[in-house]
Design a protein around this ligand. Structure first.
Ligand code: SAH
Ligand code: SF4
Ligand code: F3S
Length: 495
């Protein structure tokens, strides 16, 4: 039938312009990507449409994200696919389809998922048509799957981090199957480009530059949950940044577990610093951020590029984890206290207006009060602008899980010491900018007071100021009139 489009014949760049309602879904699906997924999105549309007709209303879908920026970006891909498949995206878990994109970096992330899943189960009892899906890092753990099968059998669909691109296909399979559908892959080399994305913010976006991690820090589950490190080609990354810019995006955040090793393993690989130089050339992009830098391979070239750049933000997130060389060795971080200090102080010297933030783990196996003294020493000497402090969480299957653990009371005691040290330096650093006028990207209307808007400075600090919703997405000069600990009150320049 001429009316039907055969998706197999559509070029990849054209896929997003195709009217999916005209795609023939009565033939077999293509066996190549991403055409195959567009076929399944077209097929889903028909299912969603007929269900929506029966109910006399749109079908709603909601995704809830746990974990890091990578997961947040993945959720934008899930929502892009759901919307293309005919769902209306909402924030409420009352929706017809709810997906939790999970994190397993620390046990409390897992506990939050189980807790909220209990509520979803109760909702599903009242509304048996509701569909519930789980994906993300937690699903890569066998013990989690067993627990879900045993105690949360109302879940309809489970998949992991390696086959997220297959979400449309899995949705279709879910509609056609009874009971729990589980599809977990151990690993993959595939990077499927050009699938739909629904961005949370109009003016800023994450951009994946690499996936997975090869570092195997001894406490960390990410390499097991996300698989081996793979970089995206520079051309694909730049094409995405350009199309975001055309779409009005002003700020991009380049995402990877260890951006400094970007390009390793690519045939025509360029370094991360070179990639930044290329991103900088994209017209319309005004701010560039990136996450995360591993201290072991942050190059002088990168410091040079940051220093010269007008667009790269004055913020570096440089996870310390511990200030004790002995603990760093046990953590398999491959740098020591002296290396970290020298690096951080060099960056401060080269780029004086930069803000340095960090992650710190307290209570790693075998950590003593003296080790924590070293951590506090680094905190004071670097004077972190911001720090995320975490109590060590034992992750099954990681080397540190087999080491002798620190008693919880001791962890809590040391945690408090570290927290006060970072709060002290963060306050001191924030105070330094009081009175200055700096550009802020206005990100949203203040949740508690609608006469205020929230701006973000290049150094990642937050400023609240009088403003109106139309200012959201614009960059304005703001005078930081008062420092309130970790944020500012400010005023727009007039005239
Ligand atoms: N790739 C990034 C970190 C990703 S995980 C890096 O190497 O810096 C984010 C943070 O979670 C880590 O920096 C670490 O501080 C913390 N984290 C990871 N595993 C943890 C564990 N088992 N217990 C407590 N915190 C952990
Ligand atoms: Fe985890 Fe280390 Fe990889 Fe970061 S670099 S994700 S902490 S293993
Ligand atoms: Fe969590 Fe996975 Fe990110 S474990 S921190 S969501 S990579």
């Amino acid at each position: 039938m001429d009316f039907y489009i055969d998706i197999k014949n559509i070029a990849t760049e054209e896929l997003k312009h195709v009217d999916l309602d005209r795609v023939n879904v009565h033939c077999s699906p293509p066996d190549f990507e991403p055409q195959r997924q567009y076929y399944f999105m077209a097929k889903c549309r028909q299912i969603v449409k007929s269900e929506s007709k029966r109910l006399g209303r749109p079908l709603y879908a909601c995704s809830v994200t746990f974990g890091c920026q990578m997961n947040a970006r993945d959720s934008e891909k899930l929502l892009g696919i759901l919307e293309t498949a005919g769902y209306t995206v909402v924030d409420s878990e009352d929706a017809d389809f709810v997906i939790y994109n999970t994190c397993t970096v620390r046990d409390n992330a897992n506990q939050r998922v189980y807790g909220r899943l209990g509520h979803l189960g109760a909702m599903k009892k009242k509304d048996p048509h509701k569909r519930i899906a789980l994906c993300g890092c937690m699903m890569q753990e066998q013990c989690v799957i067993e627990k879900l099968q045993k105690s949360y059998s109302f879940v309809d669909l489970i998949f992991g981090t390696h086959n997220l691109y297959k979400f449309a296909e899995l949705l279709c399979a879910m509609f056609e199957s009874d009971g729990m559908l589980i599809d977990i892959w151990k690993d993959t080399d595939a990077i499927v480009e050009q699938l739909p994305v629904k961005r949370k913010y109009s003016y800023k976006s994450g951009v994946n530059i690499m996936f997975g991690c090869n570092n195997f820090c001894s406490y960390c589950i990410v390499p097991y949950a996300r698989g081996r490190e793979r970089s995206r080609g520079a051309r694909e990354i730049l094409r995405e940044v350009e199309s975001l810019a055309e779409d009005g995006v002003k700020e991009v955040m380049l995402l990877g577990q260890n951006v400094n090793s970007y390009g390793n393993g690519l045939a025509d690989g360029i370094s991360f610093a070179e990639l930044l130089r290329e991103v900088e050339k994209v017209d319309g992009i005004e701010r560039i951020r990136f996450m995360t830098s591993h201290p072991k391979d942050l190059s002088d070239e990168l410091i040079g590029v940051m220093k010269e750049s007008d667009k790269i933000c004055r913020h570096l997130h440089l996870p310390l984890q511990s200030g004790s060389s002995r603990i760093l060795k046990l953590m398999n971080r491959r740098y020591d206290k002296e290396h970290y200090l020298a690096l951080a102080l060099k960056i401060r010297r080269e780029i004086p207006d930069i803000a340095i933030s960090t992650d710190i783990i307290i209570g790693f196996p075998g950590e003593t009060a003296e080790d924590v003294d070293d951590t506090i020493d680094v905190i004071r000497r670097v004077a972190f602008d911001n720090a995320f402090t975490f109590q060590y969480s034992r992750r099954t299957g990681t080397p540190a899980a087999a080491m002798e653990q620190v008693p919880p009371e001791e962890v809590a005691r040391q945690f408090d010491r570290v927290l006060s040290a970072v709060q002290e330096t963060a306050r001191e650093r924030a105070k330094l900018l009081e009175g200055q006028t700096l550009p802020a990207l206005i990100e949203e209307v203040n949740e508690k007071d609608a006469s205020l808007v929230v701006g973000r400075l290049s150094n990642n600090m937050i400023v609240h100021l009088k403003g109106t919703p139309d200012m959201v997405g614009t960059i304005r000069p703001v005078t930081l009139t008062e420092c309130r600990g970790f944020y500012y009150m400010g005023d727009m320049e007039h005239g």
